[in-house]
Ligand binder design. Structure first.
Ligand code: ITT
Length: 191
């Protein structure tokens, strides 16, 4: 079956393809030239549904969308749904990670705990939709470590691990990530 992955983020598209283990023929919204809908909701679940619905209706294919982000406890959950926006129009995640570090320094607290969230939504063209959410807890580390993964991976140390997502083998990240946890819930919801 052909599925459109409703993302323009190559890092996400790669991880979703790995998690789906080539069980479907995947095409991305970027490859189909689909427009990017405005992410106007205030929750990951809401924005995942917007993206899946838009891609399914525009393409006539079943669509899978991922809305995700980093939440920092001491920052009241920021950047959260604004995680991509903190990197600015040039998608500069070195800048976004510095911004997290600076905001944390300004709090003068000791709490470095954070979590990643991934909402996955599946929508059928002109039909129903299903949405689930996965969460992975961890700790922030500064300076950033590693160059693998994408986004905020170099400053995120998953709970109980010694390597940041930026240092970890991609297969290891894909086995434990917020994205993988959401995918397990999606399978359960669809069975
Ligand atoms: P699409 O909407 O086109 O899918 P996007 O990058 O704009 O791409 P989001 O609005 O969901 O997607 O923003 C998610 C951001 O959160 C993403 O750009 C990363 O910076 C961050 N993020 C999500 N998952 C991550 C992960 O596994 N590792 C590191 N950063 C992650």
């Amino acid at each position: 079956q052909k599925i459109v992955v409703a993302t323009h983020n190559p890092g996400k598209a790669r991880e979703l393809a790995a998690i789906l283990e080539n069980r479907f023929e995947l095409v991305t919204a970027g490859e189909l030239g689909l427009p990017e809908p405005d992410e106007t909701e205030t929750t990951f679940v809401g924005n995942a549904l917007i993206k899946a619905r838009a891609a399914a209706d525009a393409s006539g294919l079943v669509a899978l969308a991922d809305d995700s982000g980093l939440s920092v406890t001491a920052l009241g959950g920021a950047p959260g749904v604004h995680s991509a926006r903190w990197a600015g129009p040039t998608k500069d995640f070195a800048l976004a990670m510095r911004k997290v570090e600076e905001r944390l320094e300004a709090t003068e607290g000791e709490d470095l705990s954070a979590w990643f969230t991934c909402a996955l939504a599946v929508a059928w063209p002109q039909g129903p939709a299903v949405v689930v959410e996965g969460r992975l807890d961890g700790t922030l580390v500064f300076p950033a470590r590693g160059t693998r993964g994408f986004g905020y991976d170099p400053i995120f140390l998953p709970q109980g691990r010694r390597e940041t997502f930026g240092e970890m083998d991609p297969a290891e990240k894909d086995a434990m990530s917020h994205r993988a946890l959401a995918f397990e819930k999606l399978k359960a919801a669809l069975l």
